[in-house]
Design a protein around this ligand. Structure first.
Ligand code: AP5
Length: 225
């Protein structure tokens, strides 16, 4: 069975980190809108130029553009064991767009997983996050240190702070998230696919909680994991 999951949660909740573990442990592919936009900005493409002012200031890219980009990306993708959408959808408008896309392919969503985290933890995760300038891999100054200080374990690229992790931009992102999250969660609650997951603790702990949930729902059957 191909699993289709959406990972929701405020900035710093651990969506990207969990998506990477799901890939390694369960073989699920992932698409992150944030990563996709940052790549386009790095490569100075037309899309990159369109989204750069939103991403660097912590504002949301307009729904119409996000849905168009994601529909294109998902249509091209081989789903395999399953796919995790990280950071998409982020508004009810985007959720409706995803719904229409999946319905047209008769491939419903299994779950919208909301990672719950207290605000102090979000701030500590974001202020300590470092990313590889070359390949985008995530690290943390306290909880996920690279083997060699300042350098990516995977490609040796330099580790930097994301522009939108500056304190002022983080405050803006958290404020936007507070406004958008409630109606989005209600959208998925009404469709009976909303699950809340405690995002506190180490990544192994968070992953184990999620694995228990996936097992409980019978979604790991036949996956061989
Ligand atoms: P995006 O990159 O999606 O940012 P975000 O949602 O704000 O989420 P983050 O990437 O900041 O956090 P995360 O939850 O993935 O946490 P992570 O795993 O990295 O989007 C960036 C921008 O792009 C947006 O502001 C917007 O402009 C635009 N955009 C993107 N999607 C959009 C959309 N759908 N619509 C419109 N605009 C969109 O973890 C954070 C840190 O904590 C890391 O250092 C990690 O190592 C550490 N950590 C994580 N989990 C743990 C753990 N369990 N234990 C210890 N450390 C941990």
């Amino acid at each position: 069975m191909s699993l289709r999951l959406v990972l929701l949660g405020p900035p710093g909740a651990g969506k990207g980190t969990l998506a990477a573990v799901l890939n390694k442990e369960l073989g699920l592919g992932s698409v992150s809108t944030g990563e996709l936009f940052r790549n386009e900005i790095r490569r100075r493409t037309t899309l990159g130029r369109q989204v750069t002012r939103y991403v660097s200031s912590g504002r949301l890219v307009p729904d119409e553009l996000v849905v168009k980009v994601m529909a294109r990306r998902l249509s091209r993708r081989r789903v395999g064991r399953g796919v995790v959408l990280d950071g998409f959808p982020r508004t009810v408008g985007q959720a409706r767009g995803l719904d229409a896309f999946l319905k047209a392919r008769a491939t419903p969503l299994h779950a919208a997983l909301y990672l719950d985290c207290p605000i102090a933890l979000l701030i500590s995760r974001l202020s300590g996050r470092r990313v590889c300038q070359r390949c985008g891999r995530n690290y943390h100054t306290r909880t996920m240190r690279p083997k060699r200080a300042g350098l990516c374990d995977a490609c040796g690229g330099p580790l930097i702070m994301r522009k939108d992790d500056q304190a002022k931009t983080v405050a803006k992102r958290l404020e936007i998230d507070r406004a958008k999250a409630k109606p989005l969660l209600e959208f998925y609650r009404q469709r009976h696919v909303l699950y809340r997951l405690d995002g506190r603790g180490g990544i192994v702990q968070v992953f184990q909680r999620l694995r228990r949930l996936l097992n409980h729902e019978g979604w790991l059957k036949n996956s061989g994991r």
